[in-house]
Design a protein around this ligand. Structure first.
Ligand code: PLP
Length: 358
């Protein structure tokens, strides 16, 4: 294989090496069938078993209660921005949003096509570097939309509001990175490519009984009940993406499940944030109490040193640490599959940079 690269990409992102190996093998031939995973019928016994196992693993790992459905959809998290209000916002209803960044803003924009949107709070005043707290939630909202982890700005919700308003949450960039209580939400969704698998599949977990009340005519493919009723097989599912997600979930299970993963993620985050806080050259950009354990954002106190540090990172195969084009600086994404050795390699580079400029 090619030289080892520490992959800090925000998404599509690093997946476990053994997952990649198994996925690659399945592309050549799956399960001694003489067929590749990408050329066999999605109705075949072999692939139906992959679907069944994938549903079961989501349910087991996230402890999804029986009164929730699990779906594997397409169109990315971005299509959810449209499907949500179509399915959950009644004509004349209101939807609330916690505006914590680009993804939340994009979700609001799509909801505006369907009804009134209310921003319950926003952190735009400080370029989304913190998570708003102590806001009030109008009780007449059809639902409140949250983004649990702000991939671009490196902030993360450490708790979810206690409210009687149904909660809908975009967990694209931190689902399966820490223990959550699914029963607190009406609907959770996540594009796979940040923590679960390749792009092309979106996981949706929805409480039974929430659909069919919006009074809207919903095109078949955009209606959640189509996919739930057909066990995500109404049309051809993204077979390879789902298979690879299944492998990642098996890997996660073998590692001890999500609680074990959470402990590892905390360790990785601490290692990197401690360096950012103690290194004289670097500065974290997110408010300390809201720092994400998935996307770590930072800048150099002297921006004129950034080209030199970027060059050093390149020489050490630290890949994908440039900040999002809308923020600049650096962003190290340290998702589940990122080994602590790679985080250490970044920390070492930061230390060596500081020594050079002491
Ligand atoms: C990446 C991302 C999205 C967009 O996902 P797509 O699958 O590209 O549509 C939405 N929300 C969050 C939080 C993300 O990180």
């Amino acid at each position: 294989m090619k030289k080892y690269v520490h992959n800090f990409s925000a998404g599509p992102c690093i997946l476990p090496k053994e997952v990649m190996q198994k996925a690659a093998e399945a592309v050549i031939e799956y399960n001694n069938s003489g067929l590749s995973i990408i050329e066999m019928s999605h109705r075949s016994k072999d692939f139906v078993a992959v679907m069944d196992k994938s549903f079961a693993l989501v349910r087991e790992l996230l402890n999804v209660p029986d009164n929730y459905d699990i779906s594997f959809l397409q169109g990315g998290a971005s299509l959810q921005f449209t499907m949500l209000p179509q399915n959950l916002l009644p004509v004349g209803g209101k939807v609330g949003y916690l505006n914590t960044g680009v993804w939340a803003s994009k979700a609001v924009k799509e909801a505006e096509f369907y009804g009134e949107t209310i921003q319950v709070a926003s952190s735009k005043d400080k370029n989304f570097s913190y998570v708003p707290k102590d806001y009030s939630i109008p009780s007449d909202l059809s639902y409140l939309h949250l983004t649990s982890n702000n991939t671009i700005y490196g902030t993360q919700l450490k708790s979810f509001p206690e409210t009687s308003v149904p909660l809908v949450c975009d967990m694209s960039s931190d689902l399966m990175s820490k223990v959550i209580d699914v029963s607190k939400f009406d609907l959770i969704y996540a594009g796979a490519q940040k923590n679960m698998g390749p792009a092309g599949v979106t996981l949706v977990i929805s409480k039974k009984g929430i659909f069919g009340k919006s009074g809207r005519k919903i095109p078949t493919m955009l209606d959640y009940t189509t996919h739930i009723d057909n066990e995500s097989m109404f049309n051809t599912p993204p077979c390879f993406s789902i298979y690879t997600c299944m492998l990642t979930m098996e890997w996660l299970k073998n590692l001890g499940g999500i609680a074990a993963m959470e402990a590892i993620n905390e360790k990785k985050g601490k290692l990197l944030y401690d360096e950012i806080d103690s290194n004289p050259l670097f500065l974290g950009t997110a408010a300390k109490e809201d720092r994400s354990l998935m996307n770590v954002t930072f800048v150099m106190k002297d921006p004129s040193l950034e080209p030199e540090f970027s060059q050093m990172a390149k020489e050490r195969n630290l890949s994908g640490i440039e900040g999002h084009r809308s923020v600049g600086g650096y962003r190290a994404s340290i998702y589940n599959a990122m080994p602590i050795e790679s985080v250490q390699a970044l920390v070492d580079a930061m230390r060596d940079m500081a020594k050079k400029h002491a």
